[in-house]
Design a protein around this ligand. Structure first.
Ligand code: 4AD
Ligand code: MG
Length: 478
């Protein structure tokens, strides 16, 4: 291997062979032990240099962040903390890094500070670990679905439809805003697509069209929501995975969601051990600064292992509301928002159920029809005549909702009725309705927020720290 990475070297341990390693300086200790990282692993390589051979002026330039190429023999290390090291023969400094200007020094920086330096934060241990894990999880998603015979579908990013009916969309246009303002009105027939279009909020409707022929499909792409929610769990641009399966019902859908989550977590446990151990240590240190109540009840790896080895709890919305109403938390008036049948549960309610009551992931089904999207399948009214849909949300500790999905309304007349109720003109969605006319069948699917999955696996508590360049209200830097 002409240019092995640090990961390659630790794996193959080519003792006595001469290699050239290229990377970035972390530290230089005693003018002798140079620690270099190259992004291939969280581990650094120790390069043994010496003043006589490489010259004092070169050693002075070995500042944190400088890029170097070091050639030398791989040896078993005598020092503690690493099994091998490189005894440096020739040392080349590829790019200097002025310590007076470089903001990323070998001390703890706050995550808030690093968000402002998102172009450089990849260079820290924390973000290196997070983005390596992000890659492995993306790979795990594709592996999970490919292994099960799903086809990866590329749904459009520019669309004329509003899948979720929530209306929080980014407009796509090439009309000139100044001209529109001068005219005082917009003529969409003059717009690029000849009609109003937006960035997609979900690929689901298109995935349904494909599933009703290909059987099992999934999308995995960026989605956009112009909701003005400045929380640690919302982004304006996030990545979503949306499987859709013909002939599946809501129970099959729950099984698929639970299996998919467990598979991804197990994949990370098997393939990202060093990075997860680093993040676990990091979290333990952070927790020491926090009040006892805010600390994690279990270390990261234990939490992840617990998820993969236990069944998720499955309850109905009605049961969830009963649990909340009977809780001491409710009786002591500790919930900020009201609790009664029909509410759209707030994150305090979801977190109570998952973190306090069950202390494990929970799948809630049978939500009130009025608070869910038009495409969800109507259930028979309950004993009290209340209308619910075959919806499911999967909630996990520390995050809340990680998956949202449903069995779809496959009955033509029923779906038309729902469109009317939700004020969706049939001539906007005729193509979706047609699938219910031509060989309709039951089918189901869900959406999993990719960043929420990464948060859960890494233990990172702010969604802005698991996507390279977060887009949030008032922020589209880099
Ligand atoms: O619950 P949502 O809105 O469901 C849908 O979009 C459906 N069309 C999915 C489907 O059935 N195919 O979103 C699905 C998931 C949520 O559970 C959450 O994990 C994530 O997407 N999500 C967000 N993640 C980050 N930032 C946001 N603003 C998000 N909104 C939703
Ligand atoms: Mg949802």
């Amino acid at each position: 291997m002409a240019h092995p990475t640090i990961a390659d070297l630790f794996k193959s341990q080519p003792i006595d062979s001469t290699v050239t390693l290229r990377g970035w300086v972390r530290t230089l200790r005693n003018d002798q032990f140079l620690s270099v990282s190259d992004g291939s692993t969280i581990r650094t390589m120790q390069i043994v240099v010496n003043k006589e051979q490489h010259g004092e002026s070169t050693l002075k330039r070995l500042q944190t962040g400088a890029s170097v190429a070091a050639t030398g023999k791989v040896q078993k290390s005598l020092g503690k903390g690493q099994d091998i090291e490189i005894i440096c023969d020739t040392l080349e400094i590829l790019g200097d890094c002025d310590p007076n200007e470089y903001p990323i020094q070998m001390k703890r920086h706050s995550l808030e500070f690093l968000r402002e330096k998102a172009h450089l934060r990849f260079r820290t241990n924390t973000f290196g670990a997070v983005f390596r894990i992000r890659h492995h999880l993306a790979f795990a998603i594709h592996k999970f679905f490919n292994d099960r015979g799903f086809y990866y579908l590329h749904s459009p990013i520019i669309t004329g439809s509003d899948a979720e009916g929530a209306g929080e969309m980014f407009r796509v246009t090439n009309l000139n805003p100044e001209e529109i303002a001068a005219k005082g009105s917009v003529d969409y027939s003059e717009d690029f697509f000849g009609k109003p279009t937006n960035l997609t909020v979900s690929g689901q409707l298109e995935a349904e069209l494909a599933a009703l022929a290909l059987g099992k499909v999934y999308t995995f792409g960026p989605t956009f929501r112009a909701e003005n929610s400045n929380t640690s769990r919302h982004l304006a641009e996030f990545w979503m995975i949306e499987p859709e399966v013909a002939f599946n019902d809501i129970v099959d859908n729950m099984d698929l969601g639970e299996d998919c989550l467990k598979f991804c977590i197990q994949y990370a446990l098997d393939n990202c051990k060093d990075d997860l151990e680093f993040l676990q240590e990091r979290e333990l240190n952070e927790d020491k600064q926090k009040p006892v109540d805010d600390r994690q009840s279990m270390p990261l790896l234990e939490r992840l292992n617990m998820i993969v080895s236990n069944e998720f709890e499955r309850i109905t919305y009605t049961e969830a509301i009963d649990i909340l109403l009977n809780s001491n938390h409710f009786k002591k008036k500790k919930f900020k928002y009201p609790v009664e049948w029909g509410i759209d549960m707030q994150s305090e309610h979801e977190r109570y159920l998952v973190e306090k009551h069950f202390q494990k992931p929970v799948i809630i089904t049978g939500y009130p029809a009025a608070i869910k999207a038009f495409y969800m399948r109507m259930n028979e009214p309950d004993e009290q005549g209340r209308k619910t849909v075959a919806a499911m949300d999967i909630l996990v500790p520390g995050i809340g909702e990680i998956i949202g999905g449903s069995q779809r309304e496959e009955r033509y007349e029923m779906l038309r009725e729902k469109c009317a109720q939700f004020n969706i003109p049939e001539d906007h969605i005729w193509w979706y309705l047609e699938t219910r006319k031509f060989g309709t069948c039951k089918h189901a699917g869900f959406g999993m927020g990719f960043e929420r999955l990464i948060m859960f696996v890494t233990g990172m508590s702010n969604i802005r720290d698991v996507i390279p360049f977060p887009r949030t209200p008032q922020n589209a830097e880099f």
